[in-house]
Ligand binder design. Structure first.
Ligand code: SME
Length: 160
């Protein structure tokens, strides 16, 4: 049994440090990328409050394909440049979206989503996946969330 429990009341940087420690521990020595993404999606759902979706899209054959996640069933394939995920994958840049309704081309997989954070996972200069977080709260994510998920993406680049 794994028991990674966030400490109540901790600061966001401390919460992300614990989340990343847990992600390192649970993916350590495990070569299967799907298993590692699945456990990390579960950790994201467990550690981060006010999310309605957290998970991965993987770059497969030049488009994004749904990977392990927690949340409602989601759209399966996203073209590069489409939506928040496809924009992150095409640009290689984190997308911090305080209001998804104001993002041109946002793809609504869950009508409850109001804000979104998408971070590319880059290996050897190429985007291999994105980490996608959705929240029902407007402006749920800030630069500390982006920094935390970017660190997680670096850790996972060699493990998924
Ligand atoms: N909203 C995303 C689609 C994926 S879902 O949020 C899970 C987008 O615009 O790319």
């Amino acid at each position: 049994m794994y028991d990674f429990t966030p400490t109540p009341g901790q600061t966001k940087p401390a919460l992300y440090a614990d989340l990343i420690d847990a992600a390192r521990a649970i993916t350590h020595d495990e070569p299967d990328g799907v298993a590692n993404m699945a456990n990390c999606a579960a950790l994201l759902g467990q550690f981060l409050p006010d999310l309605n979706w957290a998970g991965f899209y993987r770059m497969v054959g030049g488009e994004l394909v749904l990977g392990p996640f927690v949340g409602k069933p989601a759209c399966i394939r996203i073209a590069l440049g489409q939506g928040v995920c496809g924009t992150a994958a095409a640009s290689g840049e984190t997308q911090l979206v305080p209001d998804v309704h104001a993002f041109p081309g946002h793809i609504a997989c869950d009508a409850a989503s109001r804000s979104e954070l998408v971070v590319p996972v880059v290996r050897e200069g190429a985007v291999i996946a994105v980490i996608d977080l959705d929240s029902p709260l407007p402006a749920r994510f800030d630069s500390e969330d982006a920094a935390g998920i970017e660190t997680l993406a670096k850790v996972l680049a060699e493990r998924i």
